[in-house]
Design a protein. Sequence first.
Length: 146
Amino acid sequence: MSARPYENILLPIDLGHSSSWQWALPSAIDIARMHGGMLHLLTVIPSFGMPVVGSFFPENFEDEARKEAERTLAAFIREKVPDDIAADGYVAVGTIYDEILRAADRIGCDLIVLASHRPEMKDYLLGTNAARVVRHARQSVFVVRG
């Protein structure tokens, strides 16, 4: 019996917090290399939620935030992902765990790699978000402790 190949690997990251990728990225790269898979990096911009919240920001703020996140993610991939790994990046706007699950389904991922931390620490991607991803994902989820 051979190990299941992971051809499409999703790595959600928070570009502003290295704890979301410093341990998970090397693991995702190793898995992609081992299986000849493609690495898909996702960053999520939280939505404003209610329209009243959005009214406090300039009209094109969300578009500009998305463009900046796309530029930053592309630079991150160029800098951090080795040339022998096929990788692409996605920026989503919404609720973090919902967007991770949506992206995994839309891209056709068979593995989600998530960073974790010691339970007493707080982090953007973890806690409730990671628990929901683990609980609701149709894909295998690999949680990397930092």
